[in-house]
Design a protein around this ligand. Structure first.
Ligand code: ADE
Length: 225
């Protein structure tokens, strides 16, 4: 899979996507990831990427020309263009799975008060928000999206089953996990996990997953995604 990130802050994206699993996914050529500075597609001396909004108002708006030039120079027939914006559709595991099946993602990071709407109307395939809060720029959001997508690509996780076991994949949060020691400060690991009885362990995990979901994320229960 190929992923191109377009941002005004390449360094924000670079470090988190150069470590651990993301590093290995690139070294093993599972993902071909590039991080580009949008200013490289400006044509003026000052490399200007923003301007005042028509109609007045506070803040600056990202100009359409450098974004169109960048996407048009990078895209191919099967490219899918995502814009990171708090006005987007809420990102979720189901969307990560959908994006992981694409051949080529181009991820545009929004910044300033917004982006010229012609980019959204005529260039972007999906507007995505990572949650109901506003970040200073979309680069951090792009890192979140790319990480969630890349870890789903075959061969990235050591254990192929691990992605299927994730919270959200089954519509429930994950059951609690424990490791050694079996007793820590007097707090014991549930006996069932030490029993070796796989059926009982599976039943316990299902019940705990349900309990945790009911407690922390009741909105997930009774919903298909
Ligand atoms: N840019 C600023 N806030 C954002 C959010 N919540 N999701 C995606 N991009 C953003």
């Amino acid at each position: 899979m190929k992923i191109d990130i377009l941002t005004l802050f390449p360094e924000i994206c670079r470090a988190p996507l150069s470590e651990s699993m993301m590093k290995r996914a690139q070294e093993n050529q599972i993902v071909d990831l590039h991080i580009y500075n949008l200013r490289d597609w400006t044509t003026d001396k000052h490399r200007i990427v923003d301007d005042a909004p028509f109609g007045g108002g506070q803040g600056m708006v990202m100009k359409s020309e450098p974004i169109f030039a960048a996407v048009e120079s990078l895209r191919a027939e099967k490219s899918f263009v995502v814009l990171m914006t708090p006005q987007g559709k809420r990102f979720a595991q189901s969307l990560a799975a959908k994006f992981a099946k694409k051949e080529h993602l181009i991820v545009i990071c929004g910044h300033y008060e917004g982006i010229d709407h012609r980019v959204i109307e005529h260039l972007v395939d999906a507007e995505i928000s990572i949650g109901d809060y506003v970040l200073t720029n979309g680069a951090i959001a792009a890192v979140v999206l790319v990480d969630a997508v890349v870890r789903l690509l075959p061969g990235v996780l050591g254990h192929e089953q691990s992605a299927a076991d994730d919270s959200f994949s089954a519509g429930l949060l994950e059951a609690p996990q424990y490791t050694r020691p079996a007793e820590f400060r007097g707090w014991k690991v549930p006996d069932v996990l030490l029993s070796g009885n796989h059926a009982e362990i599976a039943a316990w995990r299902k019940e705990e997953a349900l309990r945790r979901t009911r407690e922390n994320r009741p909105d997930l229960l009774g919903r298909g995604d």
